[in-house]
Design a protein around this ligand. Structure first.
Ligand code: S3P
Length: 445
């Protein structure tokens, strides 16, 4: 446990690059491992979540090493070439690592045992178990489809067409990845568009992926099985979900002015930027370009008065990980912000809806928590602060409340900063280099 405290900040200023995109990092390792030949990855997120994926793929026979130049080199085994691991695969805190790997394993005829930390072992895996069993995989999980679990991949997998019951890129990706080593065409149908990094990266490695629209407007994503995947060069942009924390810090600490470089701007990930701009934020999107099939830009952010708005449920998939930090922006804004369609937040690394509601209330912010909504009554300036927050193994709850402390009259403490390593190694150092005052509980002002 590493308790930390964040105190009211002077204006933050400067230029920074946050670590690589977590979603793309997992996918580059997974798809690289299934390709033939070497994949070179620059800008890989070296957070614990991604390192779990790397360790699991090593145990399955793929080579993966970090070079002295910081680039990662993956020696792929080719589709169908994974070998049975002799030990339990520990997926740590990462739902993405667990669910995407289960997708890959579902069409490889071997048995693997997967476990994770207390947070991951609480999270629902039935949402991937159900479609993966349709391919012919056998999965034995704890009650409610929870980890630890065992999976035996199908020796003779059948392609499926599966309509996702929840808007989840992880479920969509698990289905598409299982479809890779399956003859024929596998389709995942989503009624709300979720992040499409798997589709983009599969195409980058040579797979055929087609997206069409169903009669009811849903998107049907089809992968043609048994493609020739060949090793590629991948450049991972900075993670917009990590950039979200300094972005909101710059908006709520008066006088701030920062630039974040090479941020991934995939339109299915930029819901937070759209929302903040609607609230009145000054965010300039500069130098837009494409890197390895993904849009990237530099973001220039200046402090400015934010006004509460109503955030529609339809926006949730494009900013699903950003609600904790949006709730912090809403707490300092003028007026009321209402966020709808938040049911999925209850099954993230923690119950994020409950955690935000409890934490904001502990910091003197008026909130109303609904079953799948959150209403935040903005303080129109610094929040009272002074709360002690239980982070419950959730990196984004930890970072969100450290940012709230930067714009609060009294310091905000968190019980444990260690989970931040899962997605944003160096978060505290980066924020302090911009001007934040985050430090040990005894020493902070
Ligand atoms: C992710 C998808 C999202 C997100 C997670 C990463 C991914 O989960 O919350 O942090 O990389 O596919 P869901 O797709 O289950 O909502």
């Amino acid at each position: 446990m590493q308790p930390l405290k964040s105190s009211i900040s002077n204006p933050i200023a400067g230029e920074a690059r946050v670590p690589g995109d977590k979603s793309m990092s997992h996918r580059s390792l997974l798809i690289g491992a299934l390709a033939i030949g070497e994949t070179v990855i620059e800008g890989l997120l070296e957070g614990e979540d991604v390192l779990c994926t790397a360790a699991a793929l090593r145990a399955l026979g793929a080579g993966m090493e970090r070079g002295a130049d910081g680039a990662w080199r993956v020696q792929g085994v080719g589709l169908g070439g994974l070998r049975e691991p002799s030990t339990v695969l520990d997926m740590g805190n990462s739902g993405t690592a667990a669910r995407l790997l289960m997708g890959v394993l579902a069409s490889h005829p071997l048995t693997a045992f997967l476990t994770g930390d207390a947070s991951l072992c609480r999270r629902p895996m039935a949402r991937v178990q159900v479609p993966l069993e349709q391919f012919g995989a056998r999965i034995v999980a704890r009650e409610g489809g929870r980890m630890p679990l065992a999976i035996t991949g199908a020796g003779d997998p059948m392609p499926i067409a599966y309509r996702l019951p929840v808007a989840s890129a992880q479920v969509k990706s698990a289905v598409l990845l299982a479809g890779l080593n399956t003859p024929g065409r596998t389709t995942a149908i989503e009624s709300q568009p979720t992040r499409d990094h798997t589709e983009r990266m599969l195409q980058h490695f040579g797979a055929e992926v087609e997206t069409t629209r169903e009669a009811d407007g849903a998107l049907a994503v089809t992968v043609t099985g048994q493609p020739e995947l060949t090793g590629q060069h991948v450049q991972v942009p900075a993670d917009i979900s990590s950039a979200a924390f300094p972005i909101v810090a710059a908006l709520i600490v008066p006088g701030s002015d920062i630039t974040l470089t090479a941020v991934g701007m995939n339109p299915r990930r930029t819901g937070l930027v759209d929302t903040l701009v609607e609230m009145g934020a000054a965010v300039d999107i500069r130098n837009e370009r494409d890197i390895a099939g993904e849009p990237v830009a530099d973001l220039h952010v200046r402090a400015g008065g934010l006004t509460g708005i109503e955030v529609p449920a339809s926006r949730a998939p494009s900013m699903i990980d950003e609600y904790p930090i949006l709730a912090v922006a809403a707490a300092v804004a003028e007026g009321v912000t209402v966020m709808h369609g938040l049911a999925e937040l209850r099954v993230k690394e923690s119950d994020r809806l409950g955690a935000m509601a409890r934490g904001l209330a502990a910091c003197g912010v008026r909130i109303e928590e609904g079953a799948d909504s959150l209403t935040v009554h903005g303080c129109g300036g610094p929040a009272p602060g002074g709360g002690s927050i239980e982070t419950d193994l959730d990196h984004r709850i930890a970072m969100a409340f450290l940012v709230l402390g930067m714009a609060s009259k009294n310091p905000v403490a968190i019980d444990d900063a260690e989970p931040i390593e899962t997605s944003f190694p160096g978060f505290v150092a980066l924020m302090n280099s911009l001007g934040a005052v985050i430090g040990p509980v005894e020493a902070a002002k």
